[in-house]
Design a protein around this ligand. Structure first.
Ligand SMILES: O=C(O)C1=C[C@@H](OP(=O)(O)O)[C@@H](O)[C@H](O)C1
Ligand SMILES: C=C(OP(=O)(O)O)C(=O)O
Length: 408
C-alpha cells in the first residue's frame, strides 16, 4: 500500500506528543519481568514494545518477534537464564539474516544452551533455559551494542553478577550507558572502566519502584527535519522530553542547529523553531553514537540542497535493511548524487528534486519516516507506508495534525 504525499506546507504552530522511547521501554519491560514490583509509565506503543510485552508474558514454545532487534537480543539473554524454560525465538525474513552469534557465544560461555535452527549465527534459535553459573565473559563490541545491553539486563539476576570485557571499538555507546543508567536507577550497582563493565547481583529491594519512560528521540528526528525544511518562523512543540536525556539521539538538538533549527526546552516540551540563521552549505557528522538518525539527516540535506558526509555508519548494514544501500537507491531516484562505503555516505549538493517518485521502504520504518518530510518540497509516494508502526504507529496521524496532505 502506497501513500501519496501531496506537496504540503504545514501550520505555523503545532504540538505533538510522541510515545515513549522504544529502547528505554524494552529495557524496562525486561527489568519488570525480573523484578515484578517495578512499575513503568509511558511505555512505547510501538510494535517492537508490544512484541516484547507479549513475549515476556507468553508460555508458548515458539515466539515470533517479527522485526524487533532489541526484543530478539534481550529475550535471548532472558530466556537463556530462565531455568526450565524452553523456547524457539524466531522472527521476520530479515530477522533471520541479522547476526546474533556474538551474543549467543557469550551466553553459551556463561553456561547457556542455545543452538541455531536454520542459518548458523542467525535466528531462529532454540534456547534451553539454565541457571547461568559463570560470571565472566569477553565479547566483540564493534557489531551491535544490543548484545552488550542484553547481557547487562540479565546480569543482576545471575548468582554472581557479571564481568563483561568489551573487545575492540565500542559501537553505539549511548545505548550501553542507557542500560547502565536504568539499572542504577532501580538500585543495581554497576561500574564501567577501561572496557570492563561489572554488574553486581541484586538481592535487596528495588531503589525505585516506578519509572517513566521519556518520549522517543529517534521519532523526534522527523520533526526536526520537518522544521528544517519549513519557512522561517515555523514552530513545532514536542513532548515529553528531558533536557538531560538517556537517549543518544538527543544529539539532534545540536546537529540540527546546522540546519537552522532552534530547540528550546520549556519544561518537558521542546519547542522547535526554524530560525533566521542561514543554513550551512556542507556538513559532516560522525554518527557512531546515534546510527538511527542517519537516514533523517541525509534526507534533510537533500531537501535543503546541501552536501553531507556522514561517517561511523557500519551498523546500518545489519539493521532492518541495509540502510546504506536503501538510502543510495531512493535518494538517487529523487535526483541525488550519492556515494556510499561500508561505513559512510556522501550526498552531493542537489539543486533539483525529482517529483512524484515512489520511495521503497524495505520493511524499514525509518525509510518511510525519513523521506516523508520531503513532501514539504515536492509530491512523493511512499510504499508500504504502515511500516512505521515498528516504532511509531501514529506517525501519519501526527503528520496530518501538522498540516500534511495525503491520499492513501
Ligand atoms: O539498544 C537499543 O535500544 C538500540 C541500539 C542500536 O543498535 P546497535 O547497537 O545495533 O547499533 C539502535 O540502532 C537500535 O535502534 C536500538
Ligand atoms: C535499528 C532499529 O531497531 P532494532 O535494531 O531494534 O530492530 C531501529 O529502530 O532503527
Amino acid at each position: 500500500m502506497t501513500i501519496q504525499l501531496h506537496k504540503s506546507s504545514i501550520k505555523k504552530q503545532s504540538k505533538i506528543t510522541i510515545t515513549g522511547s522504544k529502547s528505554e521501554s524494552n529495557r524496562l519491560l525486561l527489568l519488570q519481568a525480573l523484578y515484578p514490583e517495578l512499575e513503568v509509565g509511558n511505555v512505547s506503543n510501538s510494535d517492537d514494545s508490544e512484541v516484547m510485552q507479549k513475549a515476556l508474558a507468553s508460555e508458548e514454545k515458539i515466539i515470533d518477534i517479527h522485526h524487533a532487534g532489541t526484543a530478539m537480543r534481550f529475550l535471548t539473554a532472558y530466556f537463556a537464564s530462565k531455568e526450565g524454560r524452553e523456547v524457539v525465538l524466531t522472527g521476520s525474513k530479515r530477522m533471520k539474516e541479522r547476526p546474533i552469534e556474538i551474543l549467543v557465544d557469550a551466553l553459551n560461555q556463561l553456561g547457556a544452551e542455545i543452538s541455531y535452527l536454520e542459518t548458523h549465527g542467525c535466528p531462529p534459535i532454540s534456547i534451553k533455559g539454565k541457571t547461568l553459573t559463570k560470571s565472566k565473559v569477553t565479547l566483540n563490541a564493534n557489531v551491535s551494542s544490543q548484545y552488550i545491553s542484553a547481557l547487562l539486563l540479565i546480569a543482576s539476576s545471575l548468582e554472581n553478577g557479571l564481568e563483561l570485557t568489551l573487545d575492540g571499538e565500542i559501537t553505539s555507546i549511548p545505548y550501553i550507558n542507557m542500560t547502565l543508567d536504568l539499572l542504577n536507577q532501580v538500585g543495581i550497582q554497576t561500574t564501567f572502566e577501561d572496557q570492563v563493565i561489572v554488574v553486581k547481583p541484586k538481592r535487596d529491594a528495588l531503589k525505585t519502584k516506578s519509572l517513566t519512560v521519556e518520549s522517543d528521540w529517534s521519532s523526534a528526528s522527523y520533526f526536526y527535519s520537518i522544521v528544517a525544511l519549513s519557512p522561517v518562523g515555523t514552530e513545532v512543540k514536542l513532548s515529553s522530553y528531558n533536557e538531560k536525556s538517556l537517549q543518544g539521539d538527543s544529539v539532534l538538538a545540536e546537529i540540527y542547529k546546522s540546519f537552522g533549527v532552534e530547540a528550546i526546552f520549556q519544561g518537558h516540551s521542546i519547542l522547535l523553531k526554524k530560525g533566521e540563521k542561514s543554513v550551512s552549505d556542507s556538513v559532516e557528522f560522525q554518527l557512531n553514537n546515534s546510527p538511527d538518525i542517519a537516514q533523517t539527516i541525509a534526507v534533510t540535506c537533500l531537501g535543503l540542497g546541501i552536501k553531507c558526509h556522514l561517517t561511523g555508519l557500519h551498523t546500518l548494514k545489519i539493521k532492518e535493511t541495509d540502510r546504506l544501500v536503501a538510502l543510495q537507491n531512493e535518494l538517487q531516484k529523487l535526483g541525488a548524487k550519492i556515494d556510499i562505503t561500508n561505513d559512510s555516505l556522501t550526498l552531493y549538493k542537489t539543486s533539483k528534486i525529482n517529483t512524484n517518485v515512489a520511495i521503497a521502504t524495505y520493511n524499514d520504518h525509518r525509510m518511510a519516516m525519513a523521506f516523508a518530510p520531503l513532501a514539504l518540497k515536492t509530491h512523493l509516494n511512499i510504499e508500504d507506508y504502515m511500516v512505521v508502526s515498528k516504532s511509531y504507529p501514529t506517525f501519519w496521524d501526527d503528520l496530518e495534525t501538522l498540516g500534511f496532505k495525503f491520499s492513501k
